[in-house]
Design a protein around this ligand. Structure first.
Ligand SMILES: Nc1ncnc2c1ncn2[C@@H]1O[C@H](COP(=O)(O)OP(=O)(O)O)[C@@H](O)[C@H]1O
Ligand SMILES: N[C@@H](CCC(=O)OP(=O)(O)O)C(=O)O
Length: 380
């Protein structure tokens, strides 16, 4: 881990480490992880925990009653939400007993992270907890979230948290040593990659899904997380959380798994949030002869260059600007609702269209534009 003053680590712990036997929380692997947190704090490294495992921890409270199989996917979602509610308290109580300092629980959804005010409020809360030596423990609020509102996996969530908390390092503790060149559960000749300097399509092609019944996302979501973290100037390690040696290595400055190096040209906080945390609510297709390689070019976009407005968005929502050949040009906050923008774009008389933009301003404003040509993999 780098040796800058004021180090801040986000540690993400996967479900298999919390409840390895699905018989509630187990201390088997958590003790070594808790010791790592204690030792980091003793070294003056601020630590934030993103803990998966509420569903895995709560599962044992819901034994199947005879004749009451949960068949439909909808019923399984409802059951998992109840498991998360029951397991979350058990998990917090388990973490709490390892520490002689206070812990604090933060449960959030993507709906909280993509709203700028709520995002800033989460950020302030985390900073205040750290200032008071309280360990923040975060998880997705699985019980209340819906498909449209969830992050969906804690790898991406941990990277969003690491960026929001201005961390220097993200450590993803998994059930495997790191990223292999192919899924080692399927290929016996797979080789571990100790370091990745650039995340591109070849790295994504190596990453498969999860093989366990408690993990979510497998290696793919870990690469997405590393990409988000790297572009905020954060080093990301994927390490084996089953092995105590992983933590000893990290503390002595060695790399026990795969290290994804931080970008040397990180995005500034607001741009990172727009690029990697917010999701687009709609698309605006513009004529492909538009050159949009600066925020100024995007801000100068006029309604007669708009070919199509897709999706249903309100003024202030985030949209993708795309050319008609499908290229994603930029992500930006729209100053118009989809209905108003469609109406203006359909006007045959360019003067009438211009009169709207003259009085209401540009389609997007320069300060809220993230150019996508520089970060091609993003946008889930
Ligand atoms: N290229 C790869 N290298 C390592 N693991 C991979 C790879 N592709 C897929 N995987 C799978 O990803 C799993 C880790 O992710 P996951 O099951 O979601 O665990 P966690 O609960 O730690 O998030 C590994 O156990 C492995 O099955
Ligand atoms: N929020 C869920 C965990 C989701 C998740 O990403 O799990 P994992 O792949 O084990 O890190 C829970 O607490 O059960």
């Amino acid at each position: 881990m780098n040796k800058q003053p004021r180090q801040r680590i986000v540690l993400k712990v996967g479900s298999a480490l919390i409840a390895p036997d699905r018989q509630g929380c187990s201390s088997r692997y958590l003790l070594a992880i808790a010791q790592f947190i204690v030792r980091c704090r003793a070294k003056g490294i601020q630590t934030i925990l993103v803990s998966s495992g509420s569903i895995a921890a709560g599962a044992h409270r819901f034994p199947l009653k005879p004749g009451s199989e949960v068949n439909s996917p909808e019923a399984q979602v409802v059951l998992k939400k109840a498991m998360a509610a029951a397991g979350q308290t058990e998990m917090m109580a388990t973490w709490d007993k390892f520490f002689d300092f206070p812990t604090a629980q933060i449960l959030l959804t993507h709906g909280d992270l993509r709203d700028r005010e709520r995002y800033l409020s989460i950020r302030e809360t985390v900073f205040t907890l750290l200032d008071h030596d309280i360990l923040p423990i975060l998880n997705e609020n699985d019980t209340v979230t819906t498909d449209a509102l969830k992050v969906g996996d804690n790898d991406n969530l941990s990277a969003m948290v690491a960026a929001a908390a201005d961390a220097n390092t993200l450590v993803i503790c998994s059930d495997i040593d790191g990223l292999y060149n192919k899924n080692p559960h399927l290929h016996s000749d797979a080789e571990l990659l100790p370091e990745v300097n650039k995340i591109d399509a070849t790295i994504y092609a190596m990453a498969g899904g999860s093989h366990s019944d408690v993990g979510t996302g497998g290696m793919r979501t870990k690469i997405e997380a590393a990409e988000k973290a790297s572009s905020h100037g954060i080093d990301t390690y994927i390490v084996n959380g089953f092995k105590e040696e992983s933590f000893n290595a990290l503390l002595s400055g060695r790399n026990p798994g795969t290290l994804f190096r931080a970008s040397e040209t990180p995005l500034q906080e607001r741009m990172h949030w727009l690029t990697h945390t917010v999701r687009a609510q709609g698309e605006v297709i513009v004529t492909s002869d538009e050159v949009m390689d600066s925020a100024k070019d995007c801000a100068e976009l006029s309604s007669n260059e708009v070919l199509e407005v897709k999706g249903n968005f309100a003024a202030g929502d985030t949209i993708l600007l795309c050319s008609d050949d499908g290229t994603r040009l930029a992500k930006a906050r729209s100053n118009y609702s989809s209905r108003l923008l469609s109406f203006i774009a359909e006007q045959e008389d360019p003067e009438l269209a211009d009169s709207f933009t003259d009085s209401l301003g540009g389609i997007v404003s320069e300060k809220d534009i993230a150019l996508l040509c520089k970060t091609p993999q993003l946008e889930k």
